[in-house]
Design a protein around this ligand. Structure first.
Ligand code: GLN
Length: 325
């Protein structure tokens, strides 16, 4: 079926989804990273950027929260830019684990393979792949430059979060050294883990994540800055990864009930990608048992339902600018 949706219908659906999700309770802030446990759990924002660059923001969309695992997406893209999607498939993989984000068992089950750059093991591996090899400062520049290009504005390191994570990341240290044992770390181990920990500690806003989602939805062309950030062939590859493992052990439930591939982080952010149409992002700190924001999930699902959108519907959807304010 071919459908046309107006920009004002989209704006209204986003506003209603925000209003209706505001008072949803449940979940708890991540408590295994001390900084995250202390973030105001009442914060909530919903942002949307269409592939024509139009953006809508409701609530706390300028608050800088820890990007956490959403950072796995831009660094996977950077690894694909530098090493091709086939190279990332070979060195890391593109398979869902069906297990928690920090699972050591998943590494053993997958015959020593980190599975996908969107779980901790694969993300640490991806950081180790980033060029130039052996140069931590330049690798970090590349990682942050790439995020800046995807969002159209820079992230800012939250020093306190970085220190908090570094002081408590024992499980990730175990993952890194286990991967080293299997020859899946392609640079110095502690440096690769540190880059991963630092990228997770970047402060980002939901408005920025919506632009990143829109850049992925728009074949690598940032609709706000007009810059082609990555080759269009990477869009379906990264969206496949987001769709297959973005919510860890709850990914199937999420995709089945929401109809949109999305990636979460324990900072409370969720970034969704609707290919050819828009990026959407929501932020609220309280999480469910898999580490996914309760309110952000509700808001994005409501938005999709209000417009009757689903990536698997087979509908071709055109967004018309009629009614644009
Ligand atoms: N930095 C966090 C960790 O490695 C990220 C986890 C997440 O957001 N799911 O544990």
């Amino acid at each position: 079926m071919h459908r046309t949706i107006t920009i004002s219908q989209i704006r209204q659906a986003a506003q209603e989804a925000y209003e209706e999700s505001k008072n949803i309770s449940g979940g708890a802030n991540a408590n295994y990273i001390p900084y995250l446990a202390n973030v105001d759990s009442g914060l909530f924002g919903l942002s949307l950027t269409l592939v024509d660059g139009t953006s809508f923001n409701f609530g706390d969309t300028a608050y800088r929260f820890g990007i956490e695992s959403v950072s796995k997406v831009p660094t996977a893209i950077l690894a694909m830019i530098q090493h091709t999607p086939q190279g990332v498939l070979r060195e890391i993989g593109a398979d869902a684990t069906g297990l928690p984000f920090n699972s050591i068992f998943a590494i053993l089950l997958e015959n020593d393979h980190p599975s996908t750059p969107l779980v901790n093991a694969g993300a640490i591996s991806a950081c180790s792949m980033i060029a130039p090899q052996g140069d931590a400062a330049e690798k970090w520049n590349e990682i942050t430059r790439n995020i800046t290009e995807l969002c159209g504005s820079s992230p800012v390191l939250i020093e306190e979060l970085y220190e908090s994570e570094t002081a408590t990341n024992f499980n990730n240290r175990a993952i890194s050294w286990l991967l080293k044992n299997y020859n899946r770390i392609y640079d110095e181990v502690d440096m690769s883990l540190d880059l991963y920990t630092r990228q997770c500690s970047l402060g980002i806003t939901s408005a920025q994540l919506a632009v990143m989602g829109a850049t992925i939805a728009n074949h690598g062309l940032n609709p706000v800055t007009g810059k082609q950030v990555f080759d269009p062939e990477i869009s379906p590859k990264i969206t496949t990864m987001i769709a297959s493992v973005g919510f860890y052990q709850h990914t199937g439930d999420w995709l089945y009930t929401s109809g949109i591939p999305a990636k979460t982080g324990v900072g409370g952010g969720v970034m969704g990608v609707m290919p050819g149409l828009f990026g959407i992002a929501a932020f609220a700190p309280p999480l469910d048992d898999a580490g996914n924001s309760v309110k952000a999930q509700a808001a994005i699902k409501k938005f999709m339902q209000k417009l009757d959108l689903n990536i698997f519907s087979g509908d071709t959807v055109t967004i018309s600018s009629d009614g644009k304010e």
